[in-house]
Design a binder for this molecule. Structure first.
Ligand code: AMP
Ligand code: GLY
Length: 431
């Protein structure tokens, strides 16, 4: 197969590395251009939102499968566009992608299909938001912008002033543009979080190993929310909890797309809160998680190209759970100072030499005069395999220390919520 990966971040770098291993991959292409990814794939200077150019490229290069990485092209309809031209895409069409791009759509879908989630209220105007917040008077509550906001459209509010300020920022000040034209106010859930991703072929799913993201900027879950500062995989779950996730979330999701005739072929990502009343969905994403993918894919004992192609063909997946290698994979995101608000750029990066068992996946880097420089907030993901969780973490951290650039920042507590076998350490909830 000739495969084209869309996107140029660390997640797409990890996708390319895994697809490259597949005996079914003939030519591997990727866009937009990334010097680091060009070491393993034919990287092209075509914008991820230039659908016409992408279609022409696919037809010229006889692309058998397009794998869409980021949400933006999916939420702007790349799958619909390319499929009309006869090009196979792994990634849902608009009616599926809207489960990520509108929290209202996702919450109402969950309610229709009895998928457990926090109680919520959709609010369309700011004056009603104020009224509702005053009336509700129960804290904390969670205020979310309806649309995409790069992981920043969620505020946990501890009093009336904070809740009203959040609603005002989203709805009146429009800090995320029309993403804040509606908001969702929802019940605050207590518990611990994990990320579930499953490959979906429209009728069934293959679940990938469960992982854990670390969304806040600073250790001990302090500081602002980010796109994700590191991940660990696998998160081991007791059988009862795993069954609940499969039956009450993934199978009900499948029932939902089938009964509503949503042609969903791609990844469904469910961000879960494991509460004392069982798992509840915090959010759906219509694509692979970043940085979870950088910790999940190296552990997969599957032919990824075959798996994604089967899903893109529709109704072809064979097993409920993907095969996983033994051991664990840990990844640590190296961010630049100022991330997420105002990342510093242009600093030279050293220490990138290859090492056994370690992958360095590039995101915000650029290459000039034979050297890499920082060029974004999340600069690199260092991903390491080990025979267990602590070995994987030790290796990832050793490399994270050796890579250097001015203002480098990373969390030092990735994976510490798990015990040595990969189970969540907290005793108070249902794992
Ligand atoms: P989201 O983008 O919806 O996943 O939210 C980002 C983060 O906000 C999640 O990873 C949680 O840490 C937190 N969060 C979102 N919704 C809730 C909720 N209902 N209760 C508690 N925390 C939440
Ligand atoms: N790591 C969370 C996300 O990909 O949205």
């Amino acid at each position: 197969m000739n495969i084209l990966v869309i996107g140029a971040g660390a997640r797409e770098h990890a996708l390319c590395a895994k697809l490259k291993e597949s005996p079914q991959t003939a030519k591997l292409f990727q866009l937009p251009y990334s010097k680091a990814i060009s070491e393993i794939a034919d990287s092209r200077d075509i914008a991820a939102l230039d659908f016409e150019k992408i279609a022409a490229f696919c037809l010229d290069e006889k692309i058998d499968l397009v794998v869409a990485g980021p949400e933006e092209p999916l939420c702007k309809g790349i799958s619909d566009f390319l499929e009309k031209k006869g090009i196979k895409v792994f990634g849902p069409k608009l009616r599926g992608a809207v489960l990520e791009s509108s929290k209202q759509v996702a919450k109402e879908f969950m309610n229709r299909h009895y998928i457990p989630t926090a109680d919520f209220k959709i609010i369309y105007d700011f004056s009603y938001a104020k009224e509702y917040i005053k009336e509700r008077n129960k804290y904390p509550i969670v205020v979310k912008a309806d649309g995409l906001a790069a992981g920043k459209g969620v505020r946990i509010c501890f009093n009336e002033n904070e809740a009203i300020a959040a609603a005002q920022d989203f709805m009146e000040k429009r800090i995320f543009g029309c993403s804040g034209s509606k908001i969702v106010i929802e019940e605050f859930l207590e518990g611990w979080e994990c990320s579930v991703m499953a490959v979906v072929d429209g009728k069934t799913f293959t679940m990938l190993p469960v992982s854990m993201d670390h969304k806040r900027l600073l250790d001990s879950d302090k500081g602002p929310n980010t796109g994700g500062m590191g991940a660990i995989c696998p998160v081991k779950l007791k059988e009862e909890l795993l069954d609940e996730i499969k039956n009450e979330i993934l199978w009900r999701f499948i029932t939902g797309i089938v009964t509503e005739k949503i042609d969903y072929r791609g990844v469904i990502y469910a961000g879960l809160m494991i509460t004392k009343n069982g798992p509840k969905v915090l959010e759906f994403n219509c694509r692979f998680g970043d940085p979870e993918t950088q910790a999940v894919l190296p552990l997969l004992n599957e032919d990824l190209a075959g798996l994604l192609y089967d899903a893109a063909c529709g109704g072809k997946l064979q097993k409920e759970e993907a095969e996983v290698k033994s051991g664990a994979c840990a990844c640590v995101v190296l961010a630049s100072s100022g991330y997420p608000e105002n990342p510093r750029k242009g600093d030279e990066i050293s220490g990138l030499e290859k090492e056994e068992g370690i992958n360095i996946f590039h995101a915000g880097t650029k290459f000039e005069n034979g050297k890499y420089y920082t060029a974004g907030g999340r600069v690199l993901t260092v991903s390491a395999l080990g025979e267990n969780h602590s070995a994987a973490l030790a290796l990832a951290y050793k490399k994270a220390e050796r890579i250097n650039f001015e203002g480098k920042h990373y969390r030092k507590d990735i994976g510490l919520k798990l015990d040595k076998d990969g189970f969540y350490k907290g005793e108070s909830v249902s794992n």
